[in-house]
Design a protein. Structure first.
Length: 526
């Protein structure tokens, strides 16, 4: 950590821009124990291996000092030299690990401006926590003078953190009082219930937080002047009165989608979001992708109507059916997807029934959908396995490894089984390129997201039911950390295992049982 102060006085006639952090550098600044603004050193590759022990809500937890930076789909970000880009582990990350992995509970720290797939900016401040440290001056542990934003503040050795759910009543009362006041201030400028909350109770994250934190009867006078609504867009309705200036729509438009349409304008009480050079949304360069309305926590940006789709015949699947599905894999996949998004994309997920022997998708055809098996089993197979391996497109390291090992195994005469990677959580054996998938399995997602032709043919092994979904639904689903972990675990256990079995180098290990030990070491086997 650098201890240099950045809150220096302005000097006439000099370039004072160095005194103010750029938006992209927000995570490089933090408050020290005395509340002074200091510049933090960037996370390094060495921090990915170094562990930090902290105490969070009375529980001791050990986390890495840094984690790989990821994009909105959970893919690891890399620099021009293909090296992993590290980012500092935050208090919010540590709380997610503690409560999610060890206590099977959601993270108790509230957020409005932050989402897991966005870079934190610390705008709303409802994620504040109390941080205590040992003071050499007094010889005892003391709480910090100021509360700190958990979404942005990095973990440090021996820090003691108390959240809104802390067992320490004094610390809990302090943190909850701050969150309540912040929420109350936001609610004073918020039309309750807003459009999103009126349509579906619980969809507005601000009003849900107000109920959770106990803000019921407002003590502050509400806004008396009403800002005009913008209904110029055919897709998205804009209500500036419900905006809390969290910047989630700004980052969604500019950072995630890179459309660069939305920004802030005005100062102080007149500050609001604007489109291009402050023109109506319908007259701006907006491409109506819907990212801003999906990210908006309130009714400031909402879908005006159900989005039309071109899926084949089938019955629509309601949002409630997906979020409370009886199959755990499907239910888990849709956790974290907003109700507003699912309701506005009601036609983007169809339930389709297939008779035994019917083709669900065919090898070589282009497709823009993925499938979840809801009931029954399906067969996945290749018509021409040799041609498939020789001519499959280059899809990265594992695709190249699959082609190389298949050719080398055939030439070497090794009796080891040969596997071919396909667009499903299974790898097909070269000698018999066929496998069966059952309820809860997903297939076709790589074709859906990458525009490649279908890598295999899938038919109904028996009368079955599948959920077919469009690319925009799959895109939002893949933002869920739990869904990504489940999907990656299946691919690691089946596909990568299949690749390794085809490598002649590992043939002696398979003969004496050391291969299973190798898989366990790589977390590919039980």
């Amino acid at each position: 950590m650098s201890t240099g102060r950045v809150d220096q006085p302005l000097r006439p006639g000099t370039d004072n821009r160095a005194n103010f952090p750029a938006w992209e550098e927000e995570d490089l600044f933090a408050r020290d124990f005395e509340g002074r603004l200091i510049r933090m050193d960037k996370a390094t590759a060495a921090d990915l291996e170094e562990s930090v022990k902290i105490t969070l809500d009375g529980h001791d937890i050990e986390v890495k000092k840094a984690v790989p930076a990821t994009d909105e789909q959970g893919n690891v970000r890399r620099d021009l030299h293909n090296r992993v880009i590290p980012r500092s582990t935050t208090i919010y990350d540590a709380a997610s690990q503690l409560y999610g992995e060890k206590h099977d509970r959601p993270n108790p720290i509230p957020t409005l401006c932050h989402r897991d797939y966005m870079d934190p900016v610390g705008v709303c401040r409802v994620c504040v926590v109390q941080v205590s440290k040992f003071s050499k001056r007094t010889g005892r542990v003391e709480a910090g003078r100021k509360l700190l934003p958990a979404c942005q503040h990095r973990v440090e050795k021996t820090m003691i953190v108390d959240t809104v759910e802390s067992p320490d009543e004094k610390a809990k009362t302090r943190v909850r009082a701050a969150v309540q006041l912040l929420t109350e201030l936001l609610m004073a400028d918020h039309p309750a219930p807003c459009v999103k909350e009126s349509q579906n109770a619980g969809d507005c994250e601000l009003e849900a937080l107000a109920r959770r934190i106990g803000v019921t009867i407002p003590r502050l006078e509400r806004r008396t002047t009403e800002l005009p609504k913008d209904e110029s867009s055919l897709v998205i309705a804009v209500d500036h009165n419900a905006c809390i200036l969290c910047d989630r729509c700004v980052r969604g438009c500019n950072v995630i989608k890179e459309n660069h349409v939305i920004g802030r304008m005005g100062k102080g009480y007149t500050a609001r979001i604007a489109f291009d050079l402050d023109v109506p949304m319908g007259a701006s360069s907006c491409v109506a992708c819907g990212e801003c309305s999906d990210d908006c926590p309130t009714g400031a940006l909402t879908h005006r109507r159900v989005i039309a789709t071109k899926l084949p015949a089938g019955s629509d699947v309601g949002a409630g059916d997906l979020l409370e599905h009886q199959i755990p894999e499907i239910r888990q996949a849709f956790q974290g997807v907003s109700l507003a998004f699912l309701r506005s994309n009601i036609h983007a997920v169809k339930r389709r029934e297939f008779r035994r022997g019917e083709v669900i998708c065919r090898e070589g055809e282009y497709g823009s959908t993925a499938f979840f098996i809801e009931k029954g089993t399906v067969d996945i197979f290749l018509r021409t396995p040799a041609e498939h391996v020789e001519n499959q497109p280059s899809t990265g390291f594992w695709g190249a490894l699959g082609r190389f090992t298949t050719k080398m195994t055939a030439r070497s005469g090794d009796n080891a089984r040969e596997y071919i990677p396909v667009d499903a959580p299974v790898a097909l054996r070269y000698g018999k390129p066929q496998a069966t998938m059952s309820a809860g399995d997903i297939f076709g997602e790589m074709t859906c997201m990458s525009y490649y032709p279908r890598s295999a043919t899938v038919t109904a092994a028996e009368d079955c039911t599948v959920l077919e979904m469009l690319r925009n639904v799959l895109y939002i689903m893949q933002r869920s950390p739990s869904f990504r972990r489940e999907l990656e675990a299946k691919y690691r256990a089946r596909t990568i295992d299949g690749h390794l079995r085809s490598v002649p180098l590992f043939a002696p290990l398979r003969q004496d049982g050391r291969y299973r030990a190798l898989l366990r070491k790589m977390n590919l086997a039980d």
